[in-house]
Design a protein around this ligand. Structure first.
Ligand code: ADP
Length: 262
């Protein structure tokens, strides 16, 4: 049997080695490319708020040399604060990724009424947008055992994406319902949507659909962090989207036994 010929086996072995080497090389160069892309995007994302912060600080410095007029100073202090907020968000996302990667993301779970928490998130988002109206279609009073802060982070991410990626529209809808032994939360927008062939990668780290064709800022980390948070709670994430029509992002969370009996 030629397959048992040691020379033939060696030949096959070397082909496999070459294949493995090629694969390893390809994987390494893909990683390097991703790293370079990430450094480019991250520096740009940091540079934008820093430039704005610097401009505000320079104006404030000039203003403070003259007579102190609170009305003139206030908008620049507000702008500086806003940019510091943006920088903090970026650094928080990067820290979350490191926590996830090293398995060090701690959950602090309690029982709480989910509907209250949804309203808190909507109120928070409403502070930052005057362009969109967030309408809650259905909000069943369900109780979950979860890390409230982390789950709110996911909801705020879904809601802010819905607003960000539907610039021409003014409506975003929210649904909270029971789905078997789970709760299902979903956010629907009527914005730019996501092409079918990109949908499978949407929860991947650093993945961004619209970076080249549109002018949206972001590092492509929010959805990755969100799916990890939901996964750690034993839930699932998903989306339904059509390009040019809009998207629905959803997640599920196991209900506490008490809610299951409702
Ligand atoms: P980013 O900071 O880039 O918004 P995310 O992880 O939150 O990062 O989202 C990843 C990518 O998914 C975005 O860059 C965008 O291309 C796409 N995306 C997310 N939410 C929506 C949405 N509601 N509508 C259209 N595209 C979206």
């Amino acid at each position: 049997n030629p397959l048992f010929n040691p020379e033939f086996a060696g030949y096959i072995g070397s082909i496999i080695d070459i294949d493995d080497q090629e694969r390893a090389q390809k994987a390494a160069s893909k990683l390097l490319k991703q790293r370079d892309e990430f450094l480019g995007v991250a520096s740009h994302e940091l540079k934008t708020p820093i430039t704005s912060l610097k401009a505000s600080m320079q104006i404030l410095e000039k203003l403070s040399e003259k007579d102190f007029d609170p009305a003139k100073i206030r908008p620049f202090v507000a702008m500086a604060n806003k940019q510091v907020g943006k920088l903090t968000d970026i650094v928080d996302d990067l820290l979350d990724v490191t926590r996830i990667q090293s398995g060090k993301m701690q959950l602090n779970c309690t029982n709480y009424l989910f509907s209250e928490s949804v309203q808190d998130c909507i109120n928070e988002i409403a502070q930052y947008t005057s362009s969109h109206q967030i309408v809650v279609n259905k909000n069943e009073p369900l109780e979950v055992y979860a890390d409230r802060t982390r789950i709110e982070q996911v909801m705020v991410n879904f809601l802010s994406n819905a607003i960000k990626y539907s610039p021409e529209q003014n409506k975003v809808t929210v649904n909270i319902e029971k789905a078997g032994s789970n709760l299902k939360f979903s956010v629907t927008d009527f914005g730019i949507g996501i092409p079918q062939d990109k949908q499978a990668y949407i929860f991947d780290r650093f993945f961004r659909v619209h970076e080249s064709s549109y002018n949206f800022s972001g590092l492509g980390l929010g959805l990755y962090i969100s799916s990890e948070i939901i996964g750690r709670h034993g839930g699932k994430v998903g989306l339904v989207s059509e390009e040019g029509k809009g998207s629905t992002f959803w997640f599920t969370l196991p209900l506490t036994n008490k809610s299951e009996q409702v």
